[in-house]
Design a binder for this molecule. Structure first.
Ligand code: NAP
Length: 297
């Protein structure tokens, strides 16, 4: 794959494009200072990022939207330069809740449309005010989902102009097939956002996605933030991997840059999260050459 400065985005099957590298915006709300996403998204736009991955359940979508609007207002970018991906949360799968959920995201962002809206997970929680409904014993309250019916409600949102492209997340091959084989399918999923990094390369799913014109977007491309509430901390940290470090030494890159480049070279879009100034710049240098603070697109 040619990764010259001109190649920044890859085509989606519906005619739109997705930038190969985006900024992940999930920061643990318990430990992330308020305003972090606002400042980091603004900095990222200055650095050259145009793709932002967010969600209603990250609880900072208002900050991401504010950052985008401020950078549009100061003339740095136009709305059409930005690619924002939002996500339909598990409590909104019943078809009548889909459009209100997307409208809530748009209201939070204070934007007229999102570029990509994806079903965050192929399973549902009980609808209601609680995003994480639980029984008294602490177990999640799941809910029946008809993925095809939810998809049809998403298709109506695209037809209404609230979203440019539709995709999914955490879908396996069988779940993708369910949508692709749906009678009367109007809009194909353009992307599938899944965990993907050198310790979890997803070769079979990637091949299936390629064959069906679905772009794979890799989350946790740096091996995640190693949050002890869901990561087994005994597992080896990806960024300390000896091979990645030694490849990095050879090419004067960090293990993080090697891990990102690994996916990008396979045509997998990467959305590394960082709320640290230097790392935001550093991670961007995988695809685009940077001179000081200015990255050439
Ligand atoms: P990640 O991007 O693999 O890793 C983020 C962690 O790496 C943070 O702790 C960050 O710390 C650190 N980091 C960033 N750049 C670094 C560098 N150059 N060197 C060393 N450490 C570095 O993990 P993630 O945040 O879980 O995944 C990325 C994004 O994917 C999320 O933000 C979210 O948008 C999306 N996501 C989606 C799903 C889904 O189900 N669809 C699930 C998980 C994540 P600092 O911030 O302190 O720099």
């Amino acid at each position: 794959m040619n990764l010259s400065a001109g190649i920044q985005s890859i085509p989606l099957s519906d005619g739109n494009q997705i930038p190969l590298l985006g900024l992940g915006t999930y920061g643990d709300p318990r430990t992330t200072p308020k305003g972090s996403a606002l400042e980091c998204v603004k900095l990222a736009i200055d650095v050259g990022y145009r793709h932002f991955d967010g969600a209603l359940v990250y609880f900072n979508e208002h900050e991401v939207g504010q950052a985008i609007r401020e950078k549009i207002a100061d003339g740095s970018v136009k709305r059409e330069d930005i690619f924002y991906c939002g996500k339909l949360w598990n409590t909104f799968h019943p078809p009548e809740l889909v459009r209100p959920a997307l409208e809530r995201t748009l209201k939070t962002l204070k934007l007229d449309y999102v570029d990509l809206y994806i079903m965050e997970l192929p399973m549902a929680f009980k609808p209601g005010k609680e995003f994480y409904p639980k029984y008294k014993d602490g177990k999640y309250i799941y809910h029946h989902t008809d993925l095809c019916a939810t998809w049809e409600a998403l298709e109506a949102c695209k037809d209404a102009g609230l979203v440019k492209s539709l995709g999914v997340s955490n879908f396996n091959r069988r779940q993708l097939e369910l949508l692709l084989n749906k009678p009367g399918l109007k809009h194909k999923p353009v992307s599938n956002q899944v965990e993907c990094h050198p310790y979890f390369t997803q070769p079979k799913l990637l091949e299936y996605c390629r064959q069906n014109g679905i772009v794979m977007v890799g989350f946790c491309p740096l091996g995640s933030s190693r949050d002890s509430s869901w990561v087994n901390l005994k597992s080896p940290p990806l960024l300390e991997d000896k091979l990645l470090v030694s490849i990095g030494r050879k090419y004067n890159k960090s293990s993080a840059q090697v891990a990102l480049r690994f996916n990008v070279q396979r045509g997998v879009v990467v959305i590394p999260k960082s709320f640290t100034r230097e790392r935001i710049k550093h991670n961007f240098q995988v695809v685009y050459p940077c001179y000081g603070n200015v990255c050439v697109a």
